[in-house]
Structure formats: structure tokens, C-alpha cells
Design a protein around this ligand. Structure first.
Ligand SMILES: [Mg+2]
Length: 175
């Protein structure tokens, strides 16, 4: 590990003390999160990150896999709300042909949008889960909002340098 990176990691660990983000369960893919699994946790609604969680970063439209997943959830009466730190234009392109709630410019790990989304779904916090690929934004936001988090492996290969940097930190912290 480069010395600079090690020092930075040390300071981040000190700053976060016992606040390393905690998730309820990890999955390889959003596709593995089935209505049956949600029932095990008594989850009736999903808040989910978009980029690298459902599709690769900035991929403009839902894939068939995403559409299938969403329709399976809908059949089971499970509400879905997308929460992304990405911009309006990106989100509007993605949601054009699907029926989900959505929030863009969410500023995760800030939690005001998460709280709004829980209200939109008309559920209690213990009835929803946040699905995301990033510890420091998605899981941390869920922890701060006091809702459960499911961590998924990032789909993307097109990540920005900043995201790559965060992933490196995440791997060190998960060790
Ligand atoms: Mg993401």
C-alpha cells in the first residue's frame, strides 16, 4: 500500500471510530434480492441506488433484467424508489418507461431524501431496505437514517476515478 494512502486510511478509520458502515446482508446482484428474501426480513418497500447497483454508471435506460426485477417486485406489492446522487437528466432518462418513485441529487450519505422516500412509499422505516453498492454513501446513509441496508457488488467497469478511490478504501475497511 502506498504510504500516502495508508496514512489517509488511518485518519479515516480514526475519524469514523466505530462508525464503519454496517449492512444487513450482502448480495452479488440486485437480481438475487427476491420477494421471498424480502419477506424473510418483513420488507415491503425498496429504496435503491441506481448507478453500479442496477446498471453500469450512467447507462441511460433500464436493462431487461432490471425491468423483469421491477415487475416481479410490483406483482408482490413491493414499492420501489430510486435514490441517486446523480443528476436530473440522468434519472429522467432512466425512469421514462418504468413506474417507480425516484429522487436525484440525493446527496447521500445525507438522509433527508431517504426520509422523504420512506414517506412516499407510505411505510415504516423497519419495513424498507436500502440497496446500494457503496459503503460510504449508500450503506452509511441507510445507517444514519436507521433503516436496513443490503450491499450489492458494483456492476460497473466505467466508474470515475473518485469512485475507484472509494472502492479501494472500502476493500481495506471490509478486510
Ligand atoms: Mg452506486
Amino acid at each position: 500500500m502506498p504510504i500516502g494512502f495508508g496514512i489517509l486510511l488511518f485518519f479515516i478509520k480514526v475519524a469514523m471510530k466505530d462508525k464503519t458502515p454496517e449492512f444487513t446482508r450482502a448480495f452479488d446482484s440486485f437480481k438475487d434480492i427476491t420477494p421471498q428474501i424480502l419477506k424473510e426480513y418483513n420488507i415491503k418497500g425498496i429504496l435503491t441506488d441506481l448507478d453500479d447497483t442496477l446498471v453500469t454508471h450512467n447507462y441511460p435506460i433500464p436493462t431487461e433484467e432490471v425491468k423483469t426485477w421491477l415487475s416481479t417486485l410490483k406483482k408482490e406489492g413491493i414499492g420501489v424508489c430510486l435514490i441517486s446522487n446523480n443528476q436530473k437528466k440522468r434519472m429522467m432518462s432512466f425512469v421514462k418507461d418504468i413506474d417507480v418513485g425516484y429522487f436525484y441529487n440525493a446527496f447521500k450519505p445525507r438522509i433527508h431524501v431517504i426520509n422523504s422516500a420512506v414517506s412516499v412509499l407510505n411505510l415504516k422505516k423497519d419495513e424498507v431496505v436500502f440497496i446500494g453498492d457503496q459503503l460510504f454513501t449508500d450503506v452509511r446513509a441507510a445507517n444514519r437514517a436507521e433503516i436496513r441496508a443490503f450491499l450489492v457488488k458494483p456492476i460497473g467497469t466505467k466508474s470515475t476515478l473518485f469512485i475507484k478511490f472509494k472502492r479501494k478504501l472500502e476493500r481495506k475497511i471490509l478486510k
